[in-house]
Design a protein around this ligand. Structure first.
Ligand SMILES: Nc1ncnc2c1ncn2[C@@H]1O[C@H](COP(=O)(O)OP(=O)(O)OP(=O)(O)O)[C@@H](O)[C@H]1O
Ligand SMILES: [Mg+2]
Length: 460
């Protein structure tokens, strides 16, 4: 079947090909039976004549001069069905021959004939027309030291061969047809019909994977077809479940997005109001306000991060050529002040003339996330380097922080799963990877020890 149209590749499909093959094999088996049988029959015919000839010649042995009358000669030759007979014994040669023996058209020596030559001669006899006079030489069946020679007409032999051949053809045709039909029907029942059901199920499934009505029902067969049926059924079930799950997740994602969006709005209002709280004269209020504001800020950041993450899904890239050094300097300006308490410093070792082709905003997001992570992990220094690799570029981000926590390492790049930091969402690295992969590149953790972490980002 072609995946596109579901039409069979060969007209009539598997059944038709099977039928044609069965017919061909039936014919072949008929030929295989016919040819050797007819050759064998011809050999028997000739041997019978040799036998009869030797018997006829024994009439000469009882006469004193090894001669008989003309009438008896003709009668004996008629009885054998031969034009002449010669018998060579070790000590003499006896002959039974009319006055004018016919001329010989072909000689066959049965003493030295192989199987293939015999078949060839038989086929030649069948294919010829008209009569030939054959000289046939053979060993006497009762005495191997005696050689018998007979002159025979070919025509009566051919007639008998055809008669026998027709009987063989009839029988072998009937037997082969019955066998062929049985094999054909068995294959239909065992293979073709189940395969047709399998393919129909696959085609129906491809058209509408969620419709369980066309699902493959696994039978109890213990052979390969049974295995294929069970595997297909299991695969369809898995895909169906995955599709359902995907649908549920999509619905859930949409709901989370909406809640997040609204929550961010509400939090902004709360943030505004709590700013006003800090102007309050009450010492108690003054004491709790900064903590409250920090908590609200974290909540806003969580909402924003989640929203950005879901929004980025499938977003189109907007690539341009730009100098990488400028972008990293900007990141430094953004991140360093926020982390200044640690004395954090961004070291930009990217050459001035190093340009890359990428979506500048997206790459900014990815690299900023890495820088922020380094600062948040307690690194004092985050170093950026870049080099060419073939047509693409490799950007290396290394810090002197404490290295990845086990939880972060085990869930590296998995959204919402890898955060090992209080207040962390676990999205930074996942976003970085998505951005890089959307560009056709990737991000990899090169090393992470107690004295620092190195990430390598590639751009094609
Ligand atoms: N350079 C680093 N050094 C040490 N640990 C790191 C470094 N980068 C990431 N991590 C660890 O990996 C975790 C996952 O980082 P990721 O950026 O994905 O999430 P997050 O920083 O916790 O949250 P988010 O970035 O979404 O606010 C972090 O919580 C941190 O423990
Ligand atoms: Mg982070």
């Amino acid at each position: 079947m072609t995946a596109e149209t579901g039409k069979p590749l060969f007209p009539g499909g598997l059944s038709a090909r099977l039928l044609v093959l069965t017919v061909v094999f039936v014919m072949l088996s008929v030929v295989l039976i016919f040819v050797p049988s007819v050759s064998r029959f011809r050999l028997g015919y000739l041997e019978d004549h040799i036998d009869a000839a030797q018997l006829a010649i024994s009439a000469l042995e009882v006469t004193p001069d090894n001669m008989v009358s003309k009438e008896l000669t003709n009668e004996l030759l008629d009885h054998v069905g031969a034009h002449g007979i010669v018998v060579h014994t070790p000590d003499r040669t006896l002959m039974l021959s009319p006055d004018m023996p016919p001329s010989v058209d072909a000689t066959y020596d049965l003493r030295s004939q192989g199987m293939l030559a015999m078949i060839g001669d038989a086929m030649m006899t069948l294919s010829m027309h008209g009569n030939r006079v054959l000289r046939v030489l053979g060993v006497a069946p009762k005495d191997p030291s005696v050689t018998v020679e007979v002159l025979l007409d070919e025509q009566p032999m051919r007639a008998e061969m055809w008669e026998f051949g027709a009987r063989v053809l009839e029988v072998s045709l009937v037997v082969s047809l019955i066998t062929g039909a049985l094999v054909y029907l068995t294959l239909q029942w065992l293979l073709v019909a189940p395969l047709k059901r399998l393919t129909a199920s696959m085609v129906a499934f491809r058209k509408d994977p969620e419709d369980a009505a066309h699902a493959e029902t696994p039978g109890g067969r213990g052979d390969e077809i049974g295995l294929a049926q069970r595997e297909l059924a299991a695969m369809q079930e898995t895909v169906r479940q995955a599709l359902k799950q995907k649908e549920r997740l999509a619905a859930l994602g949409a709901a989370v997005n909406k809640i997040n969006h609204d929550l961010r709005g509400i939090l902004s209002t709360v943030r505004l109001m709590s700013d006003r709280l800090s102007e309050s004269d009450s010492p108690e209020v003054k004491r709790v306000t900064p903590g409250l504001i920090a908590a609200i800020d974290r909540a806003v950041a969580l909402c924003t991060g989640t929203l950005n993450f879901t929004r980025q899904d499938g977003a189109k890239l907007n690539p341009s050529f730009f100098a990488l050094r400028g972008l990293i300097a900007e990141i430094g300006e953004n991140v360093a002040p926020a982390a200044n308490g640690n004395g954090f410093k961004l070291v930009n070792e990217v050459p001035e003339d190093f340009t890359v082709q990428a979506d500048r905003d997206q790459l900014f997001r990815a690299l900023e996330n890495l820088t922020r992570n380094a600062a948040e992990a307690g690194a004092r220094r985050c170093l950026f380097r870049a080099r060419r690799a073939g047509k693409g570029a490799v950007i290396e981000v290394s810090d002197d922080g404490p290295g990845l926590a086990p939880k972060a390492r085990e869930n590296l790049f998995r959204p919402f799963a890898g955060s090992a930091r209080p207040g962390g969402t676990g999205l930074g690295l996942a976003i970085a990877r998505e951005v890089m992969r959307a560009h056709g590149g990737d991000i990899q953790l090169k090393s992470s020890t107690g004295t620092g972490t190195v990430f390598a980002l590639t751009l094609p």
